[in-house]
Ligand binder design. Structure first.
Ligand SMILES: [Zn+2]
Length: 70
């Protein structure tokens, strides 16, 4: 009887450990997300001006192009 109880405890411990590790793995994904800073610049590069939001070039009026920081 005692052996069975120990076995049951082991199984429960194993299962709960699996659930806990799963939960922490999901939490890791929720962690601080590195948001790539969006930058926009005129595709013709009329100016060196780089904006952090979409818009139009103040020189040629073209739609600003998104720059991906490398
Ligand atoms: Zn321009």
């Amino acid at each position: 009887m005692k052996k069975q109880a120990f076995l049951l405890f082991t199984v429960i411990a194993l299962v709960s450990t699996t659930f806990v590790s799963c939960g922490s793995a999901e939490k890791k994904q929720e962690g601080p997300i590195e948001t790539a800073k969006e930058q926009y610049q005129c595709p013709m590069k009329c100016t060196e001006e780089i904006l952090d939001k979409p818009g139009t070039c103040t020189v040629c009026g073209m739609e600003l192009e998104k720059i991906t920081k490398s």
